[in-house]
Write a protein that binds this ligand. Sequence first.
Ligand SMILES: [Zn+2]
Length: 260
Amino acid sequence: MPEGIEVEYYKQTALQALNRKIESIEIIDHAYLSDTYSPADLRDLLIENCFIDAERIGKLLILSISNDYKLGLRFGMTGRLLVDGRSAIKVLEYSSSKDNPRWDRIFIKFQDGGSLSIRDPRRLGSVQINPNLDTLGTDLYEITARSLSEVLKHSTRPIKARLMDQSKIAGLGNLLTDEILWRSSIDPRRQSNALSRNDMRRLARHASQTISELTQLGGSHMGNLQNHRVLGGLCPKDGVPLNRYKIGGRTTYSCPKHQK
Ligand SMILES: [Zn+2]
């Protein structure tokens, strides 16, 4: 699924859509709109205007419009952003490897003939006018030992669930969180407030390193644990069979030997 890293790539793609006048919206899938506004509202908002800026907080991409409104794009489990028919990401983890224009949920056409679209087989993404940014925690690229400690110290929830809580840290998804905890030698089920100072420092260090390394390598699926996230998978560090279970509904892999 698109995690913060993938949406950072989408932001780079979106920069190519700036300052191009919007001519029409060819497709609006109702599943992508909230109940509070209609396709006509979205057309009124966009047509004859331009996107003038693209930013990202966590997994939310925010496009500023020349009329001072903002459009928030969420990509759910399988959404990709395309500009002029091209995406920074060819295949997403958890998604179909086929690339079918029938999965376009929003298709915005520019006067110059180009386009911006969201292609999403599972239809779990959304667009929102002026999204509420107050509900988002620290962005994943800005994690520090101090911000982590604030997020973890008062919570009794399993650490993985807390790290994936978007209102606390915005942008960490299932794959990144498992990889970071695996590298940090911390069991994902551990109670958040039970981490020692050393654990916290180690976690913060590995979080920053992992996020920057996987951003370079091409996505949240490029971690060392990734190929071993299968039934019967072995820990690539010490060769013991990985544990497989669910936390917050998400399939989790961890090593019973070195993650404590
Ligand atoms: Zn291990």
